[in-house]
Structure formats: structure tokens, C-alpha cells
Design a protein around this ligand. Structure first.
Ligand code: FVH
Length: 314
């Protein structure tokens, strides 16, 4: 059984609310950070990891070690799972069905919306309250007030453990009952991150071609991202309404994009990124949105690509 097994919820500091015991399964970089944040918030924490020996620091901080995942899960009403991927998660969970019944399982392993729905159905059929979650942070930011962990699944399960879950990230939110929502938001936000990082990298490469260091470029990039955030807010009601009155038309913007392609080519900088953005803009223009705002690009992103023009007759 779990050594030093917690016997009752603890309280801590000035916050008199009792601390729910939590079991943490998976002590990789993220799992260890999750367990550490809960320990730091006064929760009794029992930990388990597939490979022994990754819990030394946590034990020193008061965690209890379980000699199996089942013993860890049996130690707490709230079980947090954070392992490599969906296959690993299901491998851990399958043998725990009986011991998890009647408890709340929070799965913070990355996966697809479909995998989340599959695990949610597995859990529901076994009387396990299941929340899927996406951690929008790296381990060092777990537990911070500004950190967001996005959850989906039964609102009652989130409400029951809200205080505990908010101690993993003060900006966390419950997105809705559909189990795949957290993963869908996660992948959408990661897409925004990768596109933004790609845009920054392209700009840094373009300026480096003229001997300008990234340390000079990034402050301007950060300032400009503030304005770009304003563009998001300007376009949001347009995307929801399907009406795109322009601040700058796509016709005007695609002309400016061609300047980026020209400047890149003239400096030997790859144009894959601006070419891809230009393709989307051209498709929206071809669909009749040349006089619309950039928001009209969403119309072609959700529509099938036009069939390629037939090859000209010989
Ligand atoms: N690290 C990060 O910044 C990101 C932030 C966003 C969310 N991700 C997701 O969190 C999951 C865990 O990621 P991680 O960074 O903790 O990953 P590792 O440090 O490599 O630890 C992996 C743990 O998973 C265990 N594990 C792997 N395979 C299995 C298996 N078949 N059965 C049981 N456990 C397994 C591994 O155990 P061990 O190798 O120590 O025995 C680690 O505990 C992940 O979904 C990220 O996408 C992190």
C-alpha cells in the first residue's frame, strides 16, 4: 500500500479550506510539477511512476509513494494522470477500472479530441467521473496564477474539485461538458503558437540577412503582437457573423504580402510561410472576398480547396 498514506484532508496557511488528497500518476517533467504544485498548496499527495526513482524530491516534500498505480488511485478521491500519450494513459488506466469507480479522474495527458472522447466513454461506463485537461504551460509555470489548464467533461466533477484544480493554474477554466473540448482548444492554441513562432522566425531570418540581430527585432515584434491582438478582437465578431467589413481589404493585404515574398527571395530567405499565407488569401479573393477583411480567410479554411484548374488543352 501507499507508504505514509494520507489519512485526512489537510489544511494549510491562512486558507482554512480542507485540502483534498490527490493521487498523481506519472512523474515525468509535467507530472512531477503537478505533484509539486499540489504539495506546495498543502494537499496530501500520493505519487506513482512506471519507473521507480523519479519521486525522491517529492517524497522529501511530503508526498507518499505508492508501490502501484492502483494503490495510488485508492489513496485519493481525485486522481491526476499525466503520462506520455494516449496509449500510455490507456495502458495505465485499463487495470484501474475497479479502483477508480466512484472517484474523479483528471487526465492531463496530451491527445486528440477523439482520444479524449474514447477515454471519457470508457470512464463513464465504469462509474468514473472523467475530466480531460490540457496544460497550456511548461512545467516551471504549473501552479502560477497566470497559468491556464483547460478542462472539459462533467461540470459537476469540475465544480467539486475546482479549488484543487485552480491550484494547478490560477487562470484555468472549464470549457464545457463535451470531453474533447479541452484537447480541441489545446490544438487550436498550439496552432496559433506555431504560426506565430514561424512568423517571428521568418522575420528574424529576413533581418539577419541584413545583419540585424534578433535582439533588435524582438522588441518590435512584441510591440506589434499587441496590435495583432487588437486585430483578433476586431475580426472575432466578423467570423461569428460571417460578415467581413474591411479595415484593410484582402486585395490590399495580398499586395503587401507579395512585398514580403519579394524581400525574402531577394535575400535568399525561404518563402514557404508567406507563400502559404498568400495561398489562403488568394483562395479567399477567388471566392469573392477581395474587398473583405482578413477574417474572410476563415471562410476558405472551412471550405474544401477549389478543384485545380484543368490543364490547358495541348
Ligand atoms: N512538458 C511540457 O512542457 C508539456 C506541456 C504541455 C503538456 N505536455 C504533456 O504532458 C504529458 C507528459 O509530458 P512530460 O513532459 O511530463 O513527458 P516526460 O517527461 O517524457 O514524462 C513522460 C511520463 O510518461 C510516463 N510513461 C511513458 N510511457 C508510459 C507507459 N507506457 N506507461 C506508463 N507511463 C508511461 C513516463 O514514465 P517513465 O518513463 O518515467 O517510466 C513519464 O512519467 C505529455 O502528454 C505531454 O504532451 C507537457
Amino acid at each position: 500500500m501507499a507508504t505514509g498514506e494520507p489519512t485526512r484532508p489537510a489544511t494549510t496557511g491562512t486558507d482554512p479550506r480542507p485540502r483534498t488528497p490527490v493521487a498523481v500518476l506519472g512523474l515525468g517533467l509535467m507530472g512531477a510539477a503537478l505533484a509539486g504544485a499540489l504539495l506546495g498548496s498543502g494537499h496530501p499527495v500520493t505519487v506513482w511512476n512506471r519507473t521507480p526513482g523519479r519521486d525522491a524530491d517529492l517524497l522529501e516534500r511530503g508526498a507518499a509513494r505508492a508501490d502501484s498505480a492502483a494503490h495510488a488511485a485508492a489513496s485519493a478521491p481525485l486522481v491526476v494522470l499525466c503520462v506520455l500519450d494516449h496509449a500510455a494513459a490507456r495502458g495505465v488506466l485499463e487495470p484501474l477500472a475497479d479502483v477508480l469507480a466512484g472517484r474523479t479522474l483528471v487526465n492531463l495527458t496530451s491527445g486528440t479530441p477523439e482520444e479524449a472522447a474514447e477515454t471519457a466513454a470508457w470512464a463513464e461506463a465504469r462509474g468514473i467521473a472523467y475530466l480531460d485537461g490540457a496544460i497550456m504551460a511548461t512545467p516551471q509555470h504549473v501552479g502560477a496564477a497566470g497559468t491556464a489548464v483547460l478542462y472539459s467533461g462533467p461540470g459537476a466533477a469540475f465544480d467539486e474539485h475546482r479549488d484543487t484544480l485552480l491550484r494547478l493554474g490560477g487562470a484555468s477554466a472549464h470549457l464545457g461538458e463535451a470531453p474533447g473540448l479541452a484537447s480541441l482548444y489545446d490544438t487550436a492554441l498550439l496552432g496559433l503558437m506555431w504560426a506565430s513562432l514561424a512568423g517571428w522566425a521568418h522575420g528574424a531570418a529576413l533581418l539577419r540577412a541584413e545583419g540585424v540581430a534578433a535582439t533588435r527585432f524582438t522588441p518590435f515584434a512584441l510591440h506589434w503582437l499587441g496590435a495583432v491582438g487588437g486585430f483578433f478582437e476586431f475580426l472575432t465578431p466578423q467570423v461569428d457573423s460571417g460578415s467581413y467589413p474591411p479595415d484593410a481589404t484582402l486585395d490590399v493585404q495580398v499586395a503587401a504580402l507579395r512585398h514580403l515574398v519579394h524581400a525574402s527571395r531577394a535575400r535568399g530567405v525561404d518563402t514557404t510561410l508567406p507563400d502559404a499565407v498568400g495561398l489562403l488569401m488568394e483562395r479567399a479573393i477567388a471566392a469573392g472576398h477581395g474587398g473583405a477583411s482578413f477574417g474572410a480567410v476563415t471562410e476558405v479554411l472551412t471550405a474544401p480547396a477549389p478543384a485545380p484548374a484543368p490543364a490547358p488543352a495541348p
